[in-house]
Design a protein around this ligand. Structure first.
Ligand SMILES: [Mg+2]
Length: 171
């Protein structure tokens, strides 16, 4: 196993809103864990119509949905209330496994029936990988980010470059 493979996502999709959840439901998935900031909306932005429509759609399809965020309770709770069809865990301390396990407990799903969607390799994807959950990396929504995130993105870029290089020619 290469140095960076634990950070590789199972799949990369440009946007959360391009994910084919109908197909995933048919494949047997029943729970979706989402990162919030830059995965569903820009950092600290409120739930918009697109996000609300996604959670309604997931609910109608039969999915359980949960927001797993390292952000604080007021932020995550308000977002969950606004999108209606999602439970939440705040200050999740990703990449720690505990939040991912708690999320599956809350949804009544397991590693085989749960998906994770997030925008950061060293928290979101690594945590899902360690927890044995299939994960999808999406491109961060907000181009303007805080300096510590910008620095992490530079490290992510190094890993992603190798990831895409390995994957090129597969399709
Ligand atoms: Mg994020």
């Amino acid at each position: 196993m290469g140095l960076f493979e634990k950070f590789y996502p199972d799949e990369y999709i440009r946007s959360t809103y391009d994910i084919d959840f109908e197909a995933l439901y048919k494949d047997g998935y029943r729970g979706v864990i989402f990162d919030v900031d830059n995965t569903l909306v820009p950092h600290d932005a409120p739930a918009d119509d697109r996000a609300k429509a996604l959670f309604k759609k997931l609910h109608d399809l039969g999915f359980n949905a949960l927001l797993l965020s390292n952000n604080k309770e007021p932020r995550v709770k308000k977002f969950a209330e606004d999108v209606k069809y999602a439970s939440y865990i705040y200050k999740a301390n990703k990449p720690a496994r505990s939040g991912y396990y708690a999320a599956m407990d809350k949804m009544g799903t397991d590693k085989e029936t749960t998906l994770f969607v997030g925008d950061q390799l060293f928290t979101d994807v690594w945590g899902a990988h360690r927890s044995g959950i299939r994960n999808i990396l999406v491109h961060p929504i907000n181009p303007k980010e805080e300096i510590q995130i910008v620095l992490k993105r530079r490290l992510e870029a190094i890993v992603l470059k190798r990831y895409f290089k390995r994957n090129s020619g597969q399709k």
